[in-house]
Write a protein that binds this ligand. Sequence first.
Ligand SMILES: [Fe+2]
Ligand SMILES: [Fe+2]
Length: 291
Amino acid sequence: MEKGKTNTPNKVELVLSNVYNLPPIPQVMTDVINLLNKPNTSVSELSAVISKDQSIITKILTIANSPLYGLSRKVSSIDFAIFLLGFSEIQNIVSTLTLIETFRNKSDKYMDQSEFWKHSFITGAAAKRLCADLGVQGGSEAFIAGFLHDLGVSIMHRYFHSKFPSIVEKIADEKISPSQAEKEILGVSHEEIGHYLAEKWNFPDNLADIVLYHHDPMNAKINKKLTLIIHFADYMTHKMGIGDFKWDRDLELNDAVYDEFNFKDEIEIENFMMEYKKFLTDQFEMIRFLN
Ligand SMILES: [Fe+2]
Ligand SMILES: [Fe+2]
């Protein structure tokens, strides 16, 4: 994969260069994401990658044996778990586990980390299902893009901790968007930070681009449709009141969603979203097992 050829703004690098201890992304996640982009990956390849990490094996087996899957026989091997849960489910679980583990952070009154992860996971799950329902290619990529979309917020909270309260206060006082407040106080937005990290970790360009444009999907450079899906999923989780992550909660739905996916009006969108309610609520169960 090529690196460093994109439009990462220099100011992001400048801001983040003050952060010396940004964690590297665990190898297992990069490997799993890269396998996802490769056609015809076999169970044994995926299994070999996952098996390097004992804590992931244990958690995948816990999930496979949880009531969520309602299996009557015990799952004790990783190959069998891959067979049962399916390829893309395993990739999603590994990405989720690794990122949560890497960026585990303390909550305070300005940010609830557990709500942040729930929002990330549910946006990913919604995006993946939206792809299937609306006939958009790239379902498993959609999960990861949805899961990563707001990672910049968590990074900001952890690494620019002293400035974080001013951002929160600015959003409340001036009724401006979080991205606007972030830029004014920090010089960069959460989209830009997430994009920078996705590139630094050598994630596929498409993922980095979606993260950068999740609030401005029609300007996405690589895949507008998938970026619009992530935006729609993000909007949906806020609008349906799934979780209590406050960042971006006043998000407005981009009009392009109507044209692109043939929705007549707001009522049609509302009805469509209602069909996701149970599904999204069930995803909370999943994140409970991942935690
Ligand atoms: Fe966002
Ligand atoms: Fe979001």
